[in-house]
Design a protein around this ligand. Structure first.
Ligand code: SAJ
Length: 426
């Protein structure tokens, strides 16, 4: 088979995927509707932060195996990796997906393979994608192949996980499954698991829902523990000594485009039976408010709060659905002066002021750690708190292990933060 591939959507998943295929003998055209993304890529540069991506993109653009443009060209295989955000009512917005499918219709030919990697509600391949192709006279399994192969990579480790993770490939029919498996075999070293499109859709959603529900359990434990003067982090580590227990870690909430979004794709399809999933969402959504409540208890109002970390998790620049943004907004709404610092996030990513490390600490009463960036663990915290007006630290990620600072609080000792017991120095 001639190895020409078109990747539609050059974001966090599409760009690394395009680069890895291009590095494995495919002639790849990356498609994006954003001209800046296209221009940046054609210069051999990248517009997102991901370990090792710059080097591989530079190589495949220079050797001509990866080029970018704004509209699709003919290829043998099309991989769609566009965002599937949620609507205000929390149902999946499939507009990008539908328009990606429509954009390739003029260039697809008999024998081509179309693979959707975007995360989608169960039955979307059957009920939304396939009908768009049928309308144009294509017959899946006969003159085209159609499959869902959900991406399952972790930001920060994408290039490694693309190659070594097991992959689920779900075709609309058995031939489509086999053809799509052959596509991924060119570089995937993990197992390739064959199934139906709808099982693939649901398996992907349940992976992230499992984590969301498990994190909600840890967050609920945190709230109960605060009430009962118990140390939840210690409880989790003790319980996890059991060979079949793996409670996740509590935090300021759940962010990212996956765990915070995917459960809603299941809820929308069967709300009556999704009670646990939807309660877990509510618990995790309540955590930014819980953090703000702790700030209030510790330092009262009319104070200055430094936020360490806006990214939704450590060592990345991704702020999508980040609970830190919600904490920021709620603190502002409560009248606090808020100074966010994040060594990974750039000013143009947000519509409020970001501070340098030093400026963020000036006149500050409390640092709230919201992201577990490695940089924060390496700081000299005695020196950091010395630069502040008051030296309170609230570590929502349990970042500073064995911290001995006097006014250090993490989820283990929240019960010590009794309202109005702390006097501030002005
Ligand atoms: N979090 C906690 N406690 C934990 C673990 C995570 O509060 O114990 C929070 C993080 O701080 C973050 C959020 O959850 O805000 C999500 O982080 P994550 O690292 O669990 O997940 P993602 O969204 O970065 O990546 C997930 C991964 N899915 C699983 O591990 C099942 C990844 O493999 C998927 O490819 C990705 O979602 C996706 O695309 O769906």
């Amino acid at each position: 088979m001639e190895k020409k591939l078109c990747v539609i959507g050059l974001g966090y998943i599409g760009l690394p995927t395009a680069a890895v295929f291009a590095d494995s003998g495919w002639k790849v055209t990356g498609i994006d509707t954003n001209p800046i993304v296209v221009e940046t890529l054609n210069k051999g540069n990248v517009h997102i932060e991901e370990n090792g991506l710059e080097e591989i993109v530079d190589r495949v653009v220079k050797n001509g195996s990866l080029t970018a443009r704004m509209t699709p060209v003919n290829a043998n295989v099309y991989i769609i990796a566009v965002p599937t955000p949620h609507n205000p009512d929390l149902t999946a917005n499939l507009n990008y997906l539908k328009s990606a499918v429509r954009s390739i219709i003029p260039v697809i030919e008999s024998g081509n393979t179309i693979i959707v990697e975007s995360t989608i509600p169960p039955r979307t391949m059957q009920d939304v994608v396939n009908p768009l192709l049928i309308k144009e006279g294509f017959i899946t399994g006969e003159n085209i192949h159609l499959a869902h192969c959900p991406e399952r990579v972790l930001p920060g480790k994408i290039l490694d996980e693309l190659v070594f993770n097991n992959r689920i490939v779900g075709g609309l029919d058995p031939i489509s499954t086999e053809v799509a498996v052959d596509v991924y075999r060119t570089f995937v070293k993990g197992n390739i698991l064959k199934t139906s499109a709808e099982n693939a859709e649901m398996a992907k959603l349940m992976e992230n829902t499992y984590r969301d529900v498990n994190i909600a359990l840890a967050n609920e434990l945190t709230k109960i523990s605060e009430n009962l003067n118990i140390n939840p982090l210690e409880v989790i580590s003790l319980a996890n000594e059991h060979p079949r227990v793996n409670i996740h870690q509590p935090g300021p909430g759940v962010g990212g485009h996956c765990l915070a979004v995917d459960p809603y794709f299941i809820i929308e399809k069967d709300p009556v039976n999704s009670l646990l999933i939807s309660n877990a969402r509510k618990i995790n959504e309540s955590m930014p408010g819980f953090v703000v409540e702790k700030v209030k208890q510790a330092i009262g109002s009319n104070s200055t709060v430094t936020l360490f970390g806006l990214a939704y998790k450590g060592d990345i620049d991704d702020i999508r659905e980040s609970p830190a943004l919600k904490v920021y907004k709620q603190l502002i709404d409560c009248g606090y002066s808020v100074k966010p610092y994040d060594p990974h996030v750039k000013q143009e990513q947000v519509d409020f002021n970001l501070y340098s490390l030093e400026d963020s600490l000036k006149n500050s009463d409390m640092v709230v750690i919201l992201t577990d960036h490695s940089e924060f663990k390496l700081l000299d915290w005695k020196q950091i708190t010395g630069l502040m007006r008051n030296d309170y630290v609230l570590d929502t990620k349990g970042c500073l292990n064995k911290c001995t600072l006097k006014n250090y609080f993490n989820y283990d000792n929240l019960y010590e933060l009794k309202p109005n017991t702390i006097s501030l120095t002005y």
